[in-house]
Design a protein around this ligand. Sequence first.
Ligand code: PHE
Length: 414
Amino acid sequence: LPDEVVTVLGEQYPKDAKTNITSSILSKVSRKLHLQPSHPIGILRSLIEAHYPSFTALSNFSPVVTPAMNFDDLSFPLDHPGRSLTDSYYINAHRMLRTHTSAHEVETFAKGIRQWLLTADVYRRDEIDGSHYPVFHQMEGARIFSHDPSGIRELEEDNARLAARLAKANIVIEDIPHVTATNPAQPSHDPRHAELVALNLKLSLNSLILDIFGGRANAGEGEPLRVRWIEAYFPFTSPSFEVEVMFGGKWLEILGCGVVLQSTLDKAKVPNSIGWAFGLGLERIAMILYSIPDIRLFWSEDPRFLSQFTPGQIKTFKPFSKYPACYKDVSFWLPDQAMHENDFCDLVRDAAGDFVEDVKLVDAFTHPKTKRNSQCFRINYRSMDRSLSNDEANALHAQVVSRLKNVCVYLLVR
Ligand code: PHE
């Protein structure tokens, strides 16, 4: 009864009403780009691991987690949008594909590891364009300190060491206060202690960013690297921050981080500790460092892509010529139960795979009498490694239309 189970990494799970994982997503689970030493994601992982030599490096955790690991253990409220079927891939009501590497915080701290890096593939339902892909890679980093005077001394010494290094570097950092009324220390923390931890987090990440981007991110020779800190919110850290790096004249967000919620450490049964965590988006950083123009390229098996990367090195990617785009529109009456744009995008991706570069909603219409809703999407079909013929694009589009017909009773295609 192959239709009643989902097989993920050799393990079978019964389907139920929550199952929304597609075969195109399932085909990505075994790729493990972060474990390939000559793939840009694997190279970046090694570079960051080398920056933190005393941290335990982990990279072999299954993407199948429980909603408790992904959300509840991290204090996500019950109505958080991330939990919804439109945002996340569920195998069934009890298992899902992790949406972030933070899903492993509790189990990693529970192992007694006090400073660690964890790299993994993560999955989110999203729209389709050149910088969004439903599978990407994150690296989680975390460090906890003893709550005792010994931990405070460790923090102060590490902060002095990192600050001295940064003071000599060609870097401009736009900072914000470590703790404010809107980005508070946790009730169980002495605010001065929380500030020391937040300062350690900032210094540690500024120093990583300097290592990774220094001398690379800037067009102008001798120009300083520019980094800015922004107040943020995550359910599992307080205070929380995001970091942006100036690249090509634009601020680009590369990570989220903060002081770990004490309840997370309590779940992990690590007493008498306080610490920080961060989550880096590896594709985003690799696209900046290597000038990789389209996120689909990371999944390419074309030697013209893969042969350009060497472990331990970062040099600018030379794009092979862009093949022609082929736009096709489809418009249809929405089914009665409506359809989320992410549902439409998954349908397109399942039918046409990585031949889809971009999907845009170009028109929406409500019939004045029947109140029925119709939408028109424009799909850009383009291969990354060859020219698609119009016949091929038509065949892909026909696949999309035929799948749509299964979900929409009345369909009109132009
Ligand atoms: N998990 C968060 C995300 O995916 C990033 C994060 C990690 C934030 C660790 C705080 C601490 O957006």
